[in-house]
Design a protein around this ligand. Structure first.
Ligand code: WTA
Length: 637
């Protein structure tokens, strides 16, 4: 494959960015021309941010899997599409060529059809990082079913919420998943979730761990048995469903500052073009390079940069089942050497965690294959940036610090590897097509350089969310109502003297814990469900490895006799309600929370206390009872 739209120099970048602003429709039409469409678009873009209503490539017909699979068969059929490294390094790895992947996707797409799945149906996928997860995702796309992948770290309750919200009637899962030394019983979690979801009529279970599972007659079937059935049916092909560019491709749930997670909706045409364009450009992907993104497909990074971006570009994408520290903290580097990985895309939290083991696990690794490095998910501190650069990139490989969100579908602000300048801690410059602006609280644009404000985007891009599933008003309110005619990211941002962007973190009540987005309100709701809890307030605090830790202030009904046990009980409750990823790092029992006279919790004060900056509380005169602050300060953990 060649990528005529790949930017190769700073001048080309500047020119492309200018073009994308002066003639966005022409710019994106030129990119989109290099994909396979059953029918081209009637109109490139129609939009307003008020409703919002955004349509890219209207009237165009396509199937994203024809772009990820069919179109590569002639030239790349025997090239590895997916290399899979199992959790246990002693187990055999798998190499799946484009032809194999095509066959497997068609086969499983036929399984879905046999099980009554039709275009437009929502399918929940809850699996570990095995190739069958990517196959399941693509098989849904093949027949026009809308996938909703739920990360393996979420609880039964969270899965049920997502299944109900999207009204899924089919679930695809595994018996279990291997993650490091753990063995996670996925099917058992699904069984619990489905007690609340009578609409689910079919569960397809893929074998992985051979954990004993209960298989409900009439509802649960084995992946392998279903494959055998379609094998005996003869024709293995599965024609791709013709999709409208604006038909839904997938739903992915993500946390916001209020209420339950919302289902971010991405559509077929624009998302495909954007995931591919940003992959090919940001990483400067060259044919035959081995690309390793360490994310999980349960998150947007996995959707866009393990599955759709790389496969639509005919790349070789490496999928890793395990965790960076198993069997030891050299695992990533072993994988890099084993497959001669060229591009490594990971998260600051992983880098910081591996840094903490010192250079021992890095020292005897070659790492000479690496030519480009990437970071995503949270701000990368300079120390981690330099460690990554010096010890993994051997001082030579460029690092792309990519800023983006579930809602943006793809990378927005980032260096282009080796092409545009990099600067530690900075996501640097917007990709072509992206028009960031900084605004103050009143929505007034902050112009010039050497300034900071709230980060907004003022013009649509093809990969942006179209709605939140089942609740368009929520989408409007969350992203398009804070500032008139702008998409509001929820992030604070600084633009330095050279016009480079540095993301400073969320300005709303969303935490970023180990790169996972968690709403404080969600955690509070979970804590409040625990017996005896009267009220709670959750804030973030700086955490050496996780970036942010979760600090919970909890009022309990009675005096807590055994605070240690009660803490554990609360953790258990949060695990049950949301999942282990949302467990607070610290729980402090308090007798009151700082509130204003109107009853609002002053989180600003709690944040300062959690951060250990109780001497910088600022104005506390509006508090109803300033006394509680002293008590909380004294009891800080
Ligand atoms: C944060 C992950 C600083 C940011 C792709 C954003 C970052 C949220 C970066 C989205 C980065 C992501 N530098 N902060 N390079 N990348 N973030 O939806 O706060 O899981 O709003 O998408 O992560 O998280 P999400």
């Amino acid at each position: 494959m060649s990528y005529p739209y790949q930017i190769r120099s700073l001048e080309e970048y500047q020119q492309a960015w200018r073009e994308s602003v002066t003639d966005p429709e022409g710019f994106w039409a030129n990119v989109a021309d290099h994909f396979y469409w059953r029918k081209k678009w009637d109109k490139v873009l129609e939009w307003n941010f008020r409703e919002p209503d955004v349509k890219w490539f209207q009237g165009a017909k396509l199937n994203i899997t024809e772009n990820c699979l069919d179109r590569h068969l002639g030239t790349l059929g025997n090239q590895p599409a997916i290399i899979w490294e199992p959790n246990d390094p002693e187990e055999h790895h798998r190499v799946i060529t484009y032809r194999d992947l095509y066959n497997k996707v068609c086969q499983f797409a036929n399984v879905l059809k046999n099980n009554g799945v039709k275009k437009g149906d929502r399918v929940c996928i809850y699996m570990g990082m095995i190739p069958e997860l990517a196959i399941a995702v693509l098989a849904c796309a093949r027949i026009g079913a809308i996938h909703s992948v739920v990360f393996g770290g979420f609880s039964a309750q969270s899965i049920a919420d997502r299944i109900l919200d999207a009204q899924c009637n089919v679930v695809i899962t595994c018996d279990g998943a291997f993650r490091g030394a753990k063995d996670i019983p996925l099917k058992a979690v699904i069984d619990d979730a489905l007690m609340a979801c009578p609409s689910v009529k079919r569960v397809i279970v893929c074998t992985r761990t051979r954990t004993p599972v209960s298989m409900l007659k009439g509802r649960d079937v084995w992946w392998e048995d279903e494959i055998k059935k379609v094998e005996t049916m003869g024709n293995p092909a599965c024609p791709a469903e013709e999709m409208d560019a604006e038909d839904m491709l997938f739903i992915l749930y993500t946390s916001g500052s209020t209420g339950k997670p919302k289902g971010v909706v991405h559509t077929c045409g624009g998302y495909m073009v954007y995931a591919n364009y940003t992959f090919v450009n940001t990483f400067q992907y060259q044919p035959r390079e081995v690309y390793f993104c360490t994310a999980d497909i349960g998150w947007i990074t996995g959707h866009s940069y393990i599955v759709y971006g790389p496969l639509s570009a005919g790349a070789t994408t490496l999928m890793f089942e395990g965790v960076p520290t198993y069997p030891d903290a050299g695992r990533f580097w072993d994988i890099v050497d084993k497959y001669r990985v060229n591009i490594l895309y990971t998260a600051p939290t992983a880098i910081r965690s591996l840094m903490s083991f010192g250079l021992g696990p890095v020292n005897h690794k070659s790492l000479t294959s690496i030519t480009k490095l990437g970071s995503v998910g949270e701000p990368i501190n300079e120390e981690a940036w330099h460690w990554f650069k010096d010890h993994i990139g051997k001082g030579k490989a460029p690092i792309v610090d990519t800023w983006w969100q579930t809602e943006t579908g793809g990378i927005m602000i980032t260096p282009i590897a080796g092409v545009t300048p990099e600067k530690p801690g900075y996501a640097t410059l917007p990709l072509p097509g992206i028009q960031p602006i900084l605004v103050d609280e009143n929505g007034k644009e902050i112009e010039g350089n050497g300034v900071s404000g709230n980060l907004c985007i003022k013009f649509p891009w093809p990969g942006m969310l179209r709605t939140t599933y089942g609740d368009h008003e929520r989408c409007r309110k969350t992203y398009f109502s804070t500032y008139d005619n702008l998409y509001f990211t929820g992030d604070g941002c600084l633009r330095d003297e050279d016009g480079m962007y540095r993301i400073t973190g969320r300005v709303d009540d969303v935490l970023n814990v180990s790169g996972h987005r968690i709403g404080t309100a969600e955690v509070e709701n979970a804590i409040n469900m625990h017996h005896g809890v009267v009220e709670s307030a959750v804030v973030g605090y700086p955490h050496d490895i996780k970036g942010q830790g979760i600090y919970a202030f909890v009022i309990s009904e009675k005096m807590v006799h055994d605070p240690e046990l009660t803490r554990k009980d609360i953790l258990q409750t949060v695990s049950r309600i949301i999942g282990p990823i949302a467990k607070p790092d610290k729980i402090q029992f308090v007798s009151g929370l700082p509130k204003t006279r109107s009853g609002k919790i002053m989180r600003r004060i709690l944040r300062k206390i959690a951060e250990g900056e109780a001497d910088k509380l600022g104005d506390t005169s509006t508090l109803l009872d300033p006394g509680v602050v002293d008590e909380i300060k004294e009891g800080r953990l």
